[in-house]
Write a protein that binds this ligand. Sequence first.
Ligand code: C5P
Length: 212
Amino acid sequence: MIIAIDGPAASGKGTLARRLAAHFKLPHLDTGLLYRGVARALLDSKASLDDAAAATIAARVLKISSLDPVRLKTKGLGEAASRVAAIPQVREALLALQKDFAHQPGGAVLDGRDTGTVIAPDADVKIFIEASAEVRAKRRHKELVAAGENIRYEDVLATIKSRDTRDSGRSIAPLIPAKDAVLLDTTHLDIEAAFRAALSIVEAARAGRGRS
Ligand code: C5P
């Protein structure tokens, strides 16, 4: 079974994907880590985030096994990742390994921006997570403050809105729900309620397909 979960920054899709993967004992890929990995490589080598040639080389040598969430899930890297993610050659270079991950025997859970539209259009279940920008910024701000960051809510909101605009407006693989995705609005749901809702979407899809 392939489960594809897409949605905007700080929508909670990563947490839901991890929990669904644990529940169904499936491998999980947070595809955002790939773009973060490319951005990290460029920053480390002092290359510009707009250097398409350097970014493409970094994407070609990237290995899923070398992606370290602790190093890559930092606040500043999300914006940088969103810039390299708009480079078509970078997306092309990262396509095969994501498709292979999704289509491994037994299936997988993937989360990102284009997992239901581009990476696995054949996914058994597609969920598109939505939540207002204000609620997403509030959640992200709370996490950052708990982690010891001194940051204003307004700045978190502005970054989230700018990423939304870039991710939804780019010409290649923009952030849009697949036509057959189930929309899950988590604006008024806590993580437990969101997980239960996601689980029932998956169970309904499995029941519809004869529990494949
Ligand atoms: O989800 P995360 O915040 O780690 O993603 C970082 C950036 O990577 C996103 O803002 C987006 O631009 C890009 N991305 C993407 N396609 C994906 C996953 C992430 O373009 N499938």
